[in-house]
Design a protein around this ligand. Structure first.
Ligand SMILES: C[S@@+](CC[C@H](N)C(=O)[O-])C[C@H]1O[C@@H](n2cnc3c(N)ncnc32)[C@H](O)[C@@H]1O
Length: 312
């Protein structure tokens, strides 16, 4: 269906977890591992370091603050990692708040990567967590979690799909009920997708969401990301671990996905990450030539039909 910005960076024709955009899941896992061990941790993920150690591409990356001698001054394993720690905490809170407030028992992690929330969070009884990502990424995750006998705290349903394909039918096929409220998370994904795939994704979420559902997603607002090519964050990610994020991002002009949902009756609120840094008293703050300056976290609620109770 839609075109793609993905590059076959490993040259094998097959993108494993360490190939192409899959390696970004390892980057986020390393950040979560470091966050877990900070004395002032915002989020704990004891599984993250197992993923990092298990993949040859990331086996020598840091997983603990003591392995980052320059601490927060390190643009990659300091400030950028802290960004992911903050994001993890804010979206953990969103998911748990949403399932309880809406009495929703279906959670969909779109572009789940190495997100271990199905194993980490205290889900209400009867909750099902669907994880959509590429088959190679989910297979790696399965292998690592199986190797440490991890036990999920909800029913977990992996849905191996390429989001550039027509995935709308895959979820109902996997047991998702579009007539019941659901909670959706699209974290760290949309910048990798072509604009048409983003719009298809938003429309699919809208189409599969019953009234009372909720969605959180992350976007970048900048018109020209290449302006930040020399930012400390992109430079450090490129130089220290060989990931050129700007090469993996789709640089075409982004659609207004929050506006699209608002046009369809969803209520939306748009925040900078820095709003939450101030709320939690830790996390990244704005800096010059800041690759994070256009990042926005969008929270959207689909209203229940007139006369329906809140179910909570
Ligand atoms: C930066 S990681 C974020 C993972 C996870 N949401 C998190 O925050 O830890 C991006 C994820 O999106 C997935 N992804 C990117 N493009 C995709 C596509 N076309 N189809 C399925 N998954 C995709 C990658 O495999 C990767 O796991």
């Amino acid at each position: 269906m839609v075109d793609t910005a993905h590059r076959d960076t490993d040259g094998t024709g097959v993108e494993g977890v360490a190939g192409g955009v899959g390696v970004t899941a390892l980057l986020v896992a390393a950040a979560r591992a470091i966050e877990t061990h900070r004395p002032d941790s915002l989020a704990r993920d004891v599984y993250a370091e197992h993923f990092v150690r298990a993949a040859p591409a990331s086996a020598d990356w840091p997983v603990h603050p003591r392995e980052v001698p320059d601490g927060d001054a390190n643009p990659l394993w300091g400030r950028f990692a802290r960004y992911f720690g903050l994001r993890t905490r804010v979206l953990d809170d969103f998911l748990l708040r949403s399932v309880h407030a809406r009495n929703a028992r279906q959670v969909v992690l779109v572009g789940a990567g190495l997100d271990a929330r199905a194993f980490r969070l205290d889900w209400p009884p009867g909750c099902v967590v669907f994880e959509i990502d590429r088959a190679e990424v989910l297979a790696f995750k399965h292998r690592v979690l199986g190797g440490i006998s991890a036990t999920p705290k909800a029913a977990r349903v992996p849905v191996p799909m390429d989001l550039r394909a027509d995935w709308a039918g895959a979820l109902p096929h996997a047991g998702f009920d579009p007539a019941a409220p659901s909670v959706w998370l699209v974290e760290g994904l949309l910048f990798y997708l072509p604009p048409a795939a983003e719009t298809y994704l938003i429309d699919t979420v809208e189409g599969l969401s019953a009234g009372g559902s909720a969605l959180a997603f992350e976007v970048k607002l900048e018109k020209d990301l290449l302006e930040y090519r020399d930012s400390p964050l992109y430079t450090a990610t490129r130089d220290r671990i060989g990931i050129d994020l700007l090469d993996l991002f789709d640089l075409a002009p982004r659609p207004d996905s929050a506006g699209r949902l608002a046009d369809r009756g969803w209520s939306t609120s748009v925040h900078t990450p820095f709003d939450f840094t101030r709320l939690h008293g830790r996390g990244p703050l704005p800096e010059p030539n800041d690759a994070l300056s256009g990042n926005r976290w969008v929270f959207a609620d689909k209203p229940r039909p007139e006369g329906a109770g809140d179910g909570a």
